[in-house]
Design a protein. Structure first.
Length: 52
């Protein structure tokens, strides 16, 4: 189970990515890489903690 996940990109997401600045695209690419490295630890729990 060490193989990477495939990521499907919906057409509207692809359009959004194409319209990002180079800097924003690089940030997004970095975050996607983090998700690929640790898909079950996306940080969602931190967002829930900070809202309470």
């Amino acid at each position: 189970m060490d193989e990477p996940f495939d990521i499907e990109i919906e057409p509207e997401v692809r359009l959004w990515l194409m319209n990002l600045s180079d800097e924003d695209y690089l940030v997004t690419e970095h975050v996607v890489g983090l998700l690929l490295d640790s898909p079950t630890r996306s940080g969602c729990h931190r967002a829930a903690e900070s809202s309470s």
